[in-house]
Design a protein around this ligand. Structure first.
Ligand code: UT7
Length: 332
């Protein structure tokens, strides 16, 4: 497709709450241990937001981004918040974030695609830029997973954490840079492998839904594991082939951080070595929509990502949703 404008990432920001839960914490009251968690998932600790909501995480990330660019919030045209833990059903968390950061000229909306949320939102945000109608679009991945995790369920509680991270998209007329290509998919036949069954229009809140723990995450870990490996590896390999890239051409694979074993399998399939994989699951666990921008922010700030680097972003999550985005990093 010939576009006049390409969307490039021109800024990043993040917020993780200060409270750390390490694996030892769970050993105190659950039949689990640090060794199992580290070898089966790669997670050593995760962050928990003690007071506040997803909008506080998201606003923290946006404020960090704005401060790092010395940018006035009035310049923001739109805010897209990818989340499965909105503050409320409505209004959209994007509205609350808009208010908290003082982005008085912005519109915005929430996008629900679970662990693939950031990729879906990034593609959507890029389209707003490519249309030529908007010049500064903020895409946030934010989740307070601790709000929907059952801390008595060892299958899920050790996996998740709270965080938010944001990127700023702006247009360039330069070709072959920024968000170059994407392959995004959904398959609703997988809906019951990973979901929160209660609280929505299907099962409105009642004493019974609460008694049956329907307001917590349910995951069939083994089933999700298998499709996640295949799904992430397939789309990543496909996007590389489509764009004539080999493992050598890729500076970094930026995978959703759900399980280190899934990340390793994806990298192997792409012919990408471990040093070229962004990993911070050990520090934050699975923060759902926040994992990918959190990796981008940390690696960029550590000086590891350079202008012109080819990055392959890949995610898999509830829905099922999954996908891959090929982007060329555009700033120094
Ligand atoms: O981000 C969205 C997408 N989500 C994912 O990609 C997650 C995909 N799934 C996974 O990452 C993995 O399936 C898990 C980490 C959730 C589980 O790892 P697993 O290697 O698939 O373990 P499993 O579920 O097959 O369980 C193996 C054993 C079971 O015991 P038995 O039945 O063999 O006696 C579990 O009960 O490990 C047990 N187990 C635990 N043991 C200690 C499950 N959770 C724990 C735990 N500590 N926390």
């Amino acid at each position: 497709m010939n576009k006049k404008y390409n969307a490039i990432i021109t800024g990043v920001g993040m917020y993780v709450p200060p409270k750390v839960l390490d694996n030892k914490y769970f050993e105190q009251y659950l039949d689990t241990n640090d060794e199992w968690i580290v070898t089966r998932t790669g997670i050593k600790e995760r962050r928990i937001l003690e007071n506040g909501a997803t909008s506080d995480l998201a606003a923290g990330a946006v404020k960090d981004l704005l401060a790092s660019k010395n940018m006035d919030p009035m310049e923001i045209d739109a805010i897209i918040v990818a989340t499965v833990t909105p503050d409320m059903f409505f209004p959209a968390t994007a509205c609350i974030v808009q208010d908290k950061v003082g982005a008085k000229n912005a519109w915005g909306f929430d996008l629900s695609a679970a662990c693939s949320g950031f990729l879906f939102a990034l593609r959507t945000g890029a389209s707003l830029i490519e249309s030529g109608q908007y010049r500064k679009v903020i895409v946030v991945g934010a989740d307070k997973m601790s709000a929907i995790v059952d801390y008595t369920d060892r299958n899920t509680c050790i996996l998740f954490g709270d965080a938010a991270s944001a990127v700023l998209l702006e247009p360039t007329e330069e070709a072959n840079t920024g968000i170059i290509d994407s392959i995004l998919r959904v398959d609703g036949t997988g809906q019951e492998a990973l979901y929160m069954k209660g609280g929505g229009s299907l099962n409105p809140p009642s004493h019974q839904t609460v008694d049956n723990k329907m307001h917590f995450i349910y995951q069939d870990g083994k089933a999700v594991f298998k499709v996640a490996v295949v799904g992430m590896a397939d789309v990543s390999a496909e996007i590389m082939e489509k764009n004539g890239l080999t493992g050598e051409d890729v500076a970094f694979l930026v995978p959703h951080q759900a399980n280190l074993r899934i990340i390793d399998a994806t990298a192997q399939r792409m012919g990408v070595t471990r040093e070229k994989v962004m990993i911070n699951i050990d520090k934050y666990g699975n923060t759902t929509a926040a994992t990918i921008p959190l990796c981008l922010t940390e690696y960029y700030r550590a000086g590891k990502v350079k202008k012109g680097d080819n990055l392959i972003l890949a995610a898999f999550g509830a829905g099922f949703t999954w996908g891959s985005i090929y982007l060329k990093w555009a700033i120094d």
